[in-house]
Design a protein around this ligand. Structure first.
Ligand SMILES: [Mn+2]
Length: 311
């Protein structure tokens, strides 16, 4: 059975009558342990070697002091395996808006820790041989790893850490833990034919599309026929295949072609109206009017296809 050691972080920090008080009053399963105060706690014996956990729980959302500082002087029996647990930022590592609750990157060495388990950053990051961020077990935001050219977002991972002895270098094995796979796809469409390519690309994101949570950001220009195809193949087709979606297609501009206009009508008053809408849609001097005209033109197009029995 897995034994769980839980500790307050910044978003669920310690406070009176808060989450942790409520948790401790419930009948927690025997294999769940809460660590709400700093200090070495013996958690097991490994063939006679005592194993101590040194947690650094967060008493506030943000602390100025390095809460792992106490570990340097915290006594444990000679030869004991010391495992630190902290939540915050190791400075000097991509402070992309995540830097708070600073933890000294050399803490594992100064405090004689076999391993320091870090939380807060959602992606998996190795700081050094003994200090890792495991990453969140499920992704929870559309954020791709820095420098990544792929579409997969952070999170959904865990670490299996094997500690052979008090000062042995731990063996760290990244494992996939997440049920869902979050992908962020950004695309510029300039030709209708690219819709089929985009569909193929999205269908190839994962072998099991029902695990995919998709953020699709599309910009570019499409004809009315292309826009219709985009709705059918991507928004409805892909939307039905994946678990959840976020569409951002506000940057997709409609550029009706002559064929689109002929599909609406070749002549007569409807065509006259469509032509006038097209002129308004192309006139960028009035953005709001252009947007409404474009919307109206799209609806007119779809309505006429529907009435003609094409769609
Ligand atoms: Mn956090």
């Amino acid at each position: 059975m897995v034994t769980w050691h839980l500790m307050p972080g910044n978003h669920d920090h310690l406070r009176e009558n808060g989450l942790w008080d409520r948790l401790s009053r419930t009948n927690l399963p025997k294999n769940v342990h809460l660590h709400t105060t700093p200090g070495a706690v013996k958690i097991m014996d490994d063939d006679g070697t005592p194993v101590f956990l040194l947690p650094a729980p967060l008493p506030h959302i943000a602390s100025v002091d390095d809460l792992t500082g106490y570990m340097d002087k915290e006594a444990t029996p000679e030869g004991a395996i010391r495992i630190g647990m902290a939540h915050g930022s190791i400075q000097g590592f991509g402070s992309d808006g995540e830097a708070s609750n600073y933890v000294e990157p050399t803490r594992a060495d100064t405090a004689g820790l076999a391993y320091l388990a870090m939380g807060d950053w959602h992606r998996q990051v190795q700081i050094n041989d003994r200090v890792w961020y495991s990453g969140t077990p499920e992704p929870d935001l559309f954020k791709r790893p820095p420098g990544s050219s792929g579409t997969l977002c952070n999170g959904g991972t865990a670490l299996v850490v094997d500690i052979a002895g008090a000062r042995a270098t731990p063996t760290v094995l990244p494992v996939e833990a997440g049920r869902y796979r979050w992908h962020q796809v950004m695309k510029t469409l300039t030709e209708d034919s690219q819709i089929d390519l985009l569909e193929a690309e999205l269908r190839a994101l994962e072998p099991d599309l029902s695990r995919v949570v998709l953020d699709l950001q599309v910009t570019g220009t499409l004809s009315l026929a292309g826009r219709k195809r985009f709705e059918e193949r991507i928004i409805h087709g892909i939307g039905a295949a994946v678990c959840a979606t976020r569409w951002q297609d506000g940057g997709l501009v409609l550029e009706p072609t002559e064929a689109d206009m002929d599909d609406i009508d070749r002549s007569g008053f409807v065509r006259v109206a469509a032509d006038r809408l097209k002129v308004m849609a192309d006139d960028r001097s009035d953005q709001e009017r252009a947007r409404l005209a474009s919307l109206a033109l799209r609806r007119l197009y779809l309505e006429h296809l529907r009435q003609a029995g094409v769609s």
